[in-house]
Design a protein around this ligand. Structure first.
Ligand SMILES: *[C@@H]1O[C@H](CO)[C@@H](O)[C@H](O)[C@H]1NC(C)=O
Ligand SMILES: *[C@@H]1O[C@H](CO)[C@@H](O)[C@H](O)[C@H]1NC(C)=O
Ligand SMILES: *[C@@H]1O[C@H](CO)[C@@H](O)[C@H](O)[C@H]1NC(C)=O
Ligand SMILES: *[C@@H]1O[C@H](CO)[C@@H](O)[C@H](O)[C@H]1NC(C)=O
Length: 217
């Protein structure tokens, strides 16, 4: 009399192992789909040809005219997603030209009510207007860091492109600098047109709020 019961039990087991296999199959399918989605999300960062190839050089770049103080007026940055919803605090950078044509770049930035200065060295690259960050090993995780002056008229504005790889992830941004804190409408429009002609979207672009403290020194 036990047989039917155990048969039933084994049938039950078979059914449940069938449904387990089924569940496992669905799980696998789900993982494959998820994997596919992740690959898609992963893909643009890793495989996309960096926009560096499209970024122009300021023709006939003159480092001695470029040196001195600039204010950050705005930025197009692939990590910014909400465009003008972002409020950026203006900072200043002082490009100090050295005898070997490298720049000591002194950045002054107000952060949590504290004025912070940081200095980095940019060494000339293979073409005038392009630089690489010196002393890479002292920046944790930074594997590559390229700076290119894409456009400037030295006396009013500069558009400086930075492309870096940090922990195998690609970052790129174009910063708009001005010799004064005032951003004129024409320059703003020009910057938007220029950056969206590269790989940036309007949502990647944000402009700075001028401040009085810290950056005037
Ligand atoms: C953000 O952009 C939208 C559309 O271009 C515009 O209507 C809005 O006024 C902008 N907001 C700010 C704070 O600039
Ligand atoms: C490079 O970094 C090290 C360690 O942070 C520092 O001691 C050194 O002065 C730096 N050299 C240059 C040329 O910036
Ligand atoms: C530099 O650019 C600014 C803003 O676009 C413009 O007003 C100025 O006339 C330009 N200066 C020169 C020397 O081209
Ligand atoms: C950077 O600039 C600030 C403000 O002008 C100054 O106090 C600081 O000494 C500078 N740092 C270097 C290393 O030049």
């Amino acid at each position: 009399m036990r047989l039917p019961y155990s048969r039933q039990a084994s049938r039950k087991t078979r059914i449940s192992s069938f449904s387990q296999a089924m569940a496992l199959g669905l799980l696998c399918l789900g993982l494959i789909l998820l994997g596919g989605l992740q690959t898609k999300a992963f893909f643009p960062d890793m495989i996309k040809i960096p926009p560096l190839n499209k970024v122009p050089f300021q023709p006939d770049f003159q480092d001695d005219q470029f040196q001195g103080k600039w204010y950050s007026l705005g930025v197009a940055d692939n990590t910014i997603q909400n465009g003008n919803g972002s409020q950026l605090t203006m900072y200043s950078v002082n490009y100090e030209l050295q005898d070997d044509h490298s720049f000591n770049v002194n950045t002054s930035m107000l952060r949590d009510e504290v004025c912070e200065h940081s200095v980095e060295t940019l060494f000339p690259g293979f073409q005038p207007g392009q630089f690489t960050l010196g002393n890479l090993t002292s920046y944790r995780g930074v594997m590559s860091y390229i700076v290119r002056v894409a456009a400037t008229n030295y006396s009013h504005f500069a558009m400086v492109y930075v492309e870096k790889i940090v922990r195998f992830k690609w970052y790129y941004k174009m910063t708009l600098y001005g010799r004064t804190k005032k951003l004129r409408h024409k320059l703003k429009e020009r910057f938007i047109k220029f950056t969206t002609s590269l790989d940036f979207t309007k949502d990647n672009i944000a402009f700075s709020v001028p401040i009085g403290e810290c950056i005037d020194g």
